[in-house]
Design a binder for this molecule. Structure first.
Ligand code: V55
Ligand code: FE
Length: 510
């Protein structure tokens, strides 16, 4: 019986599933990792263990794996593990894919009935001593942040009744609280939203339930020191779609943008929904937001149309590559006015930025200046004669964007390299905003290997100060997370024990 991954462009060439787990101590390093970098960089990858069971399945439904780079004193250790989701455990037992199309239960094998669809493939985040591997359509998977062992699908010790949890929770740097939300929070197609407030020790303390004006993909949101900001999108679904075995989402260009704003100490009745035109209804990631007097100001990339060819257009039309381009916009909501809409200013027209935008997270909710963005810059030419496979998304640049002055600084990892999202690492805990480094993974399509690249965030044009070179390739990353050692202490050089077992969802380690 043939058993391979051919037939899916995301599972061939550089993108063939890695299907392995690694422990690599003392990685090879080119250049000098700055001494000030002390902590752990996690990334979530989408890496299939079995060929897709359904012709409409997409990379966003691939198995989640967590990669971990531990850095101290100029040295680096690497570890990677698949997340033992209930899906992983069941498919490993069955020795084949049981789950069908992305977020569509009707396409699953009957053997998957009743099992969680969790893929845990979007964001790794450390909070309250746990590593949470997040997928927006499921509760978090709780992992050991040192061994990457999976403990369980996590309902916050029974406190969370919502059936999903965003891949973009926000940690308030001033209070240490985490705020999060759930959409389709009472199951597929439900218009229930839940907004969660978690104490710094990880306890889920309070949930506010509200109704969404439209059931849509709500991938990211924003918080300020006083408000939460919840944008809907034009990526919609329906019972008919799911019953027909189609993709969970389709893009409807007629759906307007709604943005809900609620005070952090408010109740459901305090949620106020603003309504904008449809060309603002494709927000995937926000950069930052703040409340200034009666105004809530959100800086965010937004596309005017469907952001992702993995999701079809509702009218069946072909994908519009121009409409997917994000511009960086500033949305200003005036809470003192009775207007039901908001002002929009374009800060950056740019060159095809993706929506991957990060900042110095110590300044989340506050006045800020810098964002760090992943995009395609045609000025950084690819050396196609040296690459061994076609380049994929051509995300070849990190841009530092000045939200106050409008200027850009650019980083390239090399002419055969593609980059993933950057993390900002402050030089010291009390360093000024933006004083530190950018770290992230690059793929080298000439060597067919992956690297961790490190740049001085204030001198991006100088190129990498260090490269951690892996002797293998990593799979496509979604998001990453940097955790300084003062937040998550660890012993460098210790072999944290991995028991090698399949931790099923029932396993509970105290
Ligand atoms: C996104 C990613 C997802 C997903 C839904 O980038 C939206 C947006 C990796 O999975 O399921
Ligand atoms: Fe995201």
């Amino acid at each position: 019986m043939t058993f391979d991954f051919s037939g899916d462009p995301f599972t061939t060439g550089f993108w063939a599933p890695t299907r392995f787990e690694a422990d690599l101590h003392d990685c090879e390093i080119e250049g000098d990792i700055p001494e000030g970098i002390d902590g752990t960089f996690y990334r979530a990858a989408v890496d299939r263990r079995y060929p897709p069971r359904h012709p409409l399945d997409i990379p966003y439904n691939a198995d989640g794996a967590i990669d971990m780079f531990r850095i101290r004193g100029g040295r680096c250790d690497f570890r990677s593990r698949y997340v033992r989701t209930p899906r992983y455990v069941a498919e490993r037992k069955a020795r084949r894919a049981l789950f069908g199309a992305y977020r569509n239960r009707s396409t699953n094998d009957p053997a998957a009935a009743g099992l969680s669809m969790n893929t845990a493939n979007t964001t790794p985040i450390v909070f309250g001593g746990n590593l949470l591997a997040l997928k927006e359509s499921s509760p978090p998977m709780r992992l050991d942040p040192h061994t990457l062992e999976t403990f369980e699908e996590y309902d916050f010790d029974g406190r969370m009744t919502a059936e999903s949890f965003t891949a973009h929770p926000k940690i308030d740097p001033l209070t240490g609280e985490m705020l999060a939300f759930s959409y389709e929070a009472r199951g597929d197609l439900s218009d229930d939203l839940a907004i969660h407030f978690l104490a710094p020790d990880g306890t889920l303390e309070r949930t506010v339930w509200v109704k969404a004006p439209v059931v849509s993909m709500m991938h990211d949101w924003a918080i300020t020191d006083r408000h939460v900001v919840l944008p809907t999108t034009g990526m919609v679904t329906s019972r008919e779609r799911l019953e027909a075995g189609q993709n969970h989402w389709a893009y409807d260009p007629r759906v307007p943008a709604y943005v809900g704003i609620m005070p952090r100490d408010g109740e459901a009745k305090d949620m106020r929904w603003f309504k904008g035109p449809p060309d603002r209804a494709m927000l995937i990631h926000t950069t930052n937001a703040r409340t200034v007097g009666d105004k809530v100001i959100v800086d965010t990339p937004v596309a005017r149309g469907n952001f992702n060819p993995q999701f079809p257009n509702l009218d069946g039309g072909s994908f519009d590559h121009e409409a997917r381009k994000n511009t960086i916009r500033r949305w200003t909501f005036d809470l003192a006015s009775s207007s039901d809409t908001w002002q929009e200013e374009i800060l950056f027209q740019g060159v095809t930025p993706t929506s991957f935008t990060r900042m110095d997270d110590r300044f989340l909710t506050q006045d800020f200046r810098w964002s760090f963005n992943l995009l395609h810059d045609p000025a950084f030419a690819f050396d196609n004669a040296r690459t061994r496979v076609p380049m994929r998304g051509n995300w070849n640049a990190w841009y530092r964007f000045d939200h106050q002055g409008g200027s850009i600084d650019k980083f390239s990892a090399g002419p055969t390299h593609e980059l993933f999202e950057a993390q900002f690492v402050p030089r010291r805990a009390d360093a000024p905003e933006g004083d530190g480094w950018l770290i992230g993974v690059a793929n080298d399509y000439a060597e067919m290997t992956s690297e961790l690249v490190i740049a001085d965030a204030q001198y991006l044009a100088d190129g990498p100060v260090a490269r951690v070179k892996l002797p293998f390739r990593l799979h496509m990353q979604v998001h990453g997370w940097w955790v300084p050692a003062h937040v998550l202490p660890f012993e460098f050089g210790r072999d944290y024990d991995y028991h090698g077992a399949d931790y099923g969802p029932e396993t509970r380690i105290p």
